[in-house]
Ligand binder design. Structure first.
Ligand code: NAD
Length: 454
């Protein structure tokens, strides 16, 4: 489904009219197409800064060079007049107390107007809960308020700001996250704070292109929408993708699988026989599965007073119980390979709650608790498990919303527009890569920094 305001705003005359009548003018967003490139920042200039005693700038510099960027490490005093930038990276991991927060002003204030449209800003900070002093914890946490606010200021030009909380020692795992958050693969992920740790055993070989070559992935609910976009994106990185959807959708499912050279499995995820069938399928055919994307999900909205029992149960069974049952069977039978990845589709409805979605909200919030609880258990095998929480994404699900609710969903975010299924697919794909070994137990929103639940 297309967004009429985004289309209109592409025309300069219409854009001026939209602005004059007080409607938001959605920026045209840059999106990467296809698979990861080795040097996605080739031809781009990045301003890199660091507060004293930071431990992440060195790793960031190595990644930026690896990405092909021209790196400028000027201080405010040495900045070339008139220079503009495609990216900013600032290492705030050295913050020891409130006085250090000033470094954010000193670095960003002179240059923020020089950030080009569709710019990317990444700030690195220490993990607040791991700080040994109250002062350091305060300063580390302050960075989040700064980045979330800055994201709201630069969003009108299609730019994003994200924060990586980096545990000491985990700076070695920054390459993957920086590559994602600094590229146009992360277009609709905005205003997020993601924790990078050393808790999960990392693989020794971490490629930067064709990152999923030799991997086998399962995407449930993969016939259409976010699932189909994810299947295509995983396949573009070299994975063999098994797409699963209900037997009634076999035709669409087969077409989706065929397009990407994948396998179609027409199964209902809630069928009690499904978990064991999946174990057998993956063990017999591929020796196991590397990536599991729990995407199948439904809504059956009604206020609680009007909600029929079967609609409560249906949503619980598809969106939550089936996921727990499949994972349990796969893990118990050792069918998820070492360094595997599990990604669960949550929702901002699970974070903020939505009128008429007590059933849905409970399942999507349950998944956030689930990934946090499961992460430690599977870390020893190098498996990461995370939740992705989409905001307003243009799919069949949101096309069915009443006009005014749909408009509010689209506009009330820093980028003033809904996301595309491919934007969610990008985040899921990143979390499925070997380079995301520092990220587990997180919930990351892909919502253009929606005001809902923020
Ligand atoms: P969609 O309706 O386009 O696709 C969902 C797919 O799941 C369908 O193909 C459907 O047949 C399949 N499915 C449903 N029940 C199943 C079952 N029992 N067994 C197997 N497959 C089943 O939805 P979408 O918008 O692409 O959403 C995908 C996921 O993202 C869902 O979990 C949804 O809750 C979540 N999400 C979507 C949005 C959004 O804005 N679209 C926002 C937040 C979260």
């Amino acid at each position: 489904m297309s967004d009429y305001l985004v289309k209109l705003a592409e025309n300069p005359t219409a854009r001026a009219i939209i602005k004059n009548i007080g409607l938001p003018t959605p920026p045209s967003l840059a999106r990467a197409s296809g698979a990861y490139e080795a040097e996605p920042l080739s031809g781009k200039t990045v301003l890199l800064g660091a507060a004293a005693k930071g431990y992440a700038a060195k790793a960031a510099l190595a990644t930026l060079k690896g990405m092909g960027a021209t790196v400028d490490q000027s201080t405010p005093a040495t900045l070339v007049e008139g220079a503009s930038f495609d990216r900013f990276v600032f290492d705030a991991t050295g913050f020891a107390g409130a006085a250090d927060i000033r470094a954010l002003y000193d670095f960003f204030h002179p240059v923020i107007r020089r950030l080009k449209a569709n710019g990317r800003v990444v700030v690195l900070a220490a993990v607040p809960e791991l700080q040994s002093t109250v002062a350091a914890r305060t300063a580390a946490r302050a960075v989040e308020g700064f980045t979330r606010s800055l994201a709201k200021e630069v969003g009108k030009k299609g730019s994003t700001v994200n924060l990586l909380y980096v545990e000491q020692g985990a700076e070695k795992r920054l390459d993957g996250p920086l590559r994602f958050f600094l590229s146009d693969h992360s277009t609709y992920v905005d205003g997020q704070a993601v924790r990078v740790t050393t808790e999960v055993k990392a693989a020794t070989k971490i490629p930067t292109t064709q990152v999923l070559e030799g991997k086998v992935a399962l995407v449930t609910g993969g016939a259409r929408g976010i699932g189909a976009a994810t299947a295509a994106r995983l396949a573009a990185e070299g994975a063999h993708v098994v797409v699963l959807d209900i037997p009634q959708d076999a035709e669409t499912l087969n077409a989706t699988a065929q397009k990407i050279g994948g396998t179609a499995l027409a199964m209902d995820i809630t069928d009690p026989a499904t978990p064991q069938k999946l174990v057998s399928h993956f063990k017999d055919t591929h020796g196991g599965v590397d990536i599991v994307v729990h995407n199948a999900g439904v809504t059956r909205d009604k206020t609680l007073a009007n909600m029929k029992e079967q609609n409560w149960d249906l949503v619980q069974n598809i969106n939550l119980a089936a996921i727990l049952a499949v994972d349990e069977a796969l893990l118990e039978n050792d069918a998820i390979k070492d360094h595997g990845r599990i990604v669960c589709l949550s929702s901002i409805g699970g974070i903020a709650g939505n009128m008429g979605q007590t059933n849905y909200g409970a399942t999507k919030a349950g998944l956030i608790g689930y990934v946090a609880g499961r992460a430690n258990e599977v870390a020893g095998k190098g498996i990461c498990i995370n939740a992705v929480a989409p905001g307003f994404i243009e799919t069949r699900m949101t096309a069915a919303m009443p006009f005014m609710i749909r408009e509010a969903g689209r506009r009330l975010c820093s980028l003033s527009q809904g996301g595309e299924p491919g934007d969610v697919a990008e985040l899921i794909t990143f979390l499925s890569t070997p380079g995301a070994s520092g990220i587990s137990g997180n919930v990351i929103r892909v919502c253009g920094q929606s005001l809902v639940g923020a």
